[in-house]
Design a protein around this ligand. Structure first.
Ligand code: APR
Length: 177
């Protein structure tokens, strides 16, 4: 586990684990705009949370790329799930970076409204959506650091959950700096 304490004393930590197993206030789902499940981490979260999650998501009426919506965690150890559709990578000239930043910012703003102190992000958009791993990690970290510098007491711990070794190595390196 690699971590760093940003000057706001919010702990930023990289973990290499299955996000569905985390006992934390909220985990973030790399969803699609339908919010009706899929593969990857979305599929894993729906499988672990159970059928009540799909019913709850149906009631949300979808979500736009870069925005975020919240449900209970149901059978997950996490209390809440924040669903955010990331951008599909099309080469970087279609606002992909801005939309990915928005996923993190909207998820953190939503978490604040629910008094969530510990939140775990997967590597949004880096799987099926093809976002380059290093750029995604740099975007995620810079966005989160900007948010906590403006909201110093909002969060106790923010986890960056890496499922693949490539992401784990990238986040370890970036968090050591
Ligand atoms: N825990 C943590 N991370 C996971 C897990 C898991 N159980 N399973 C997969 N991941 C990682 C992947 O290895 C990748 O690093 O989540 C990251 C995001 O990959 P995807 O799940 O493919 O998400 P994304 O690239 O944002 O594509 C979203 O894929 O699953 C569909 O419904 C989803 O249409 C949406 C699209």
């Amino acid at each position: 586990m690699e971590n760093c304490y940003d000057k706001t004393m919010t702990e930023l930590t990289a973990l290499q684990t299955d996000i569905t197993r985390l006992h934390t206030d909220a985990i973030v789902n790399a969803a699609n705009c339908s919010l009706l499940g899929g593969g990857g981490v979305d599929g894993a979260i729906h499988h672990a949370a159970g059928p009540q999650l799909l019913a709850a998501c149906r009631a949300l009426g979808g979500c736009r790329t870069g925005e975020a919506k919240i449900t209970p965690g149901f059978a997950l150890p996490a209390r809440y799930i924040i669903h955010t559709p990331g951008p599909v990578w099309h080469g970087g000239k279609q606002n992909e970076e801005m939309l990915l930043r928005s996923c993190y910012t909207c998820s953190l703003e939503l978490a604040r409204r629910y008094d969530i102190q510990r939140i775990a992000f997967p590597c949004i958009s880096t799987g099926a959506y093809g976002f380059p791993h290093e750029l995604a990690a740099k975007t995620a970290l810079s966005t989160v650091k900007q948010f906590i510098s403006r909201n110093p007491s909002a969060f106790n711990t923010i986890y960056f959950v890496c499922f693949l070794p490539i992401d784990w190595h990238i986040y370890q390196h970036l968090l050591e700096k």
